[in-house]
Design a protein around this ligand. Structure first.
Ligand code: SF4
Length: 328
C-alpha cells in the first residue's frame, strides 16, 4: 500500500457574485482549481508536482493536508482517510503530516525565538517527557539543519537570520515530529540560486536519513533534479503527465511537458537547446477549454483535441500521459 493515495481529488472555488448578478439570476461560476487528480506516493519517495501558476498544484498540496476542504475525492495517508477524520482526530494526526511553506518570514512568528518555534509542535502534540528532553530534541534538530551552534540559534529571533537560515528553521520545525508525510510548497522559490542548491541538498540528505515521503511542489522543473524520484506535471487543474524522473527528463511525451523541459537551462554551454514556448496565455480556469485543456496552446493539436477530453494512458511501465497522440 502506498503511503499517500489521492483519488479523483477536486476543488471548485465559487466565484464571488455581485448582488446584481444574483438578482439577474446569473449562474454561479466556479474556478476548477483541481479537477480530478489521482496519484500515489510510496513510502520514502518524493513526488515533484510541477506546473505554472494557476495549475492547481498548491491547492492540491493544501487539500491533501486538509488545510482546505475538498469538493470531491479521497486522500489516504498511511491508510488513514483524511477527509473522514473528525476535527479532534485530525488535530492529533497533524504530527504525522507537515508543510514547508514558501515564505519563511511569513511562516515564523517574529516575536517567537527560533528554539521556541521549533519546540512548539513538540508541545502541541505532547512529544518528549520533559522540557529538558524537548530542548535536547530541538538542539539536535537545529544542528541537523546546520544551524550551529544550536544554543546560539535557539535564542535568536527570525529577523536576526538570513532567508536561507530562516528556511532551515521552517524545515526543522516541520521535521521535529518525525512526520510520515511532508508537503514542501515552493520551499526554495524565494531563495537566491546558490542558497537554493544548498537547501535542496539538505532536503535530499534529510529525505535519505529520515526516509521521508514528500510532495515537492514547484513551478521550476529544474529544482526537481536534486530531490524527486517521480514527477507529475499539472496543467489547469489536471495531471497531464506522470512518470519517473528519467521518463520526464529523457522521454517527455506531452507537448506541455516538452515545453517545460525545453525551458530548463542546459548546464553545458556548448550544447545548444531549442526552446519551445507554448503560444498564448494559460486560459481562464473558470471556463477552461473544451476537450484537451492544452489545445489552444499546443503545436501538435488535432481535430479531436477540441472535442473530446483525452484519458490518462500508460505509454511505458510507470509512465502515463493524457494526450491523444498516445491513445490507441
Ligand atoms: Fe496537444 Fe491534442 Fe495532445 Fe492536447 S491531446 S496535448 S491538444 S496533441
Amino acid at each position: 500500500m502506498a503511503m499517500v493515495e489521492v483519488r479523483n481529488l477536486k476543488k471548485h472555488f465559487p466565484v464571488k457574485r455581485t448582488f446584481i448578478d444574483a438578482m439577474l439570476g446569473k449562474p454561479q461560476l466556479f474556478v476548477k482549481a483541481v479537477d480530478g487528480v489521482s496519484f500515489d506516493i510510496e513510502e520514502g519517495e518524493v513526488l515533484g508536482l510541477v506546473g505554472e501558476s494557476g495549475s492547481g498544484k498548491t491547492t492540491t498540496g493544501r487539500l491533501i493536508l486538509r488545510l482546505i476542504e475538498p469538493t470531491a475525492g479521497e486522500v489516504r495517508i498511511g491508510g488513514n482517510d483524511i477527509f473522514r477524520m473528525s476535527k479532534e482526530e485530525l488535530r492529533r494526526f497533524r504530527r504525522h503530516i507537515q508543510i514547508i511553506f514558501q515564505d519563511p518570514m511569513a511562516a515564523l512568528n517574529p516575536y517567537m525565538r527560533i528554539g521556541e518555534a521549533v519546540k512548539h509542535p513538540l508541545e502541541i502534540h505532547g512529544i518528549g517527557s520533559s522540557e529538558k528532553e524537548r530542548r535536547k530534541m530541538v538542539y539536535e534538530m537545529l544542528e541537523r539543519v546546520n544551524l550551529t551552534p544550536p544554543d546560539e540559534f535557539y535564542r535568536r529571533y527570525p529577523k536576526e537570520l538570513s532567508g536561507g537560515q530562516r528556511q532551515r528553521v521552517v524545515i526543522a520545525r516541520a521535521l521535529i515530529t518525525r512526520p510520515k508525510f511532508v508537503v514542501a510548497d515552493e520551499a526554495v522559490a524565494m531563495l537566491d540560486v546558490s542558497i537554493r542548491s544548498q537547501l535542496l541538498k539538505l532536503l535530499a540528505d534529510l529525505k535519505n536519513e529520515y526516509n521521508l515521503t514528500m510532495l515537492f511542489i514547484t513551478h521550476d522543473l529544474a529544482t526537481t533534479k536534486y530531490l524527486c524520484d517521480r514527477i507529475a506535471v499539472m496543467y489547469l487543474g489536471k495531471i497531464v503527465e506522470m512518470g519517473s524522473f528519467r521518463h520526464i527528463y529523457e522521454n517527455p511525451k506531452h507537448p506541455y511537458t516538452r515545453a517545460l523541459i525545453s525551458a530548463v537551462p542546459e548546464p553545458d554551454p556548448k550544447k545548444k537547446k531549442k526552446r519551445y514556448i507554448p503560444k498564448g496565455e494559460v486560459p481562464n480556469p473558470i471556463n477552461p477549454p473544451k476537450g484537451c485543456r492544452f489545445h489552444p496552446r499546443c503545436d501538435q493539436v488535432m481535430q479531436i483535441c477540441s472535442k473530446k477530453e483525452p484519458k490518462l494512458v500508460e505509454v511505458e511501465p510507470g509512465h502515463q500521459v493524457t494526450c491523444f497522440l498516445y491513445e490507441e
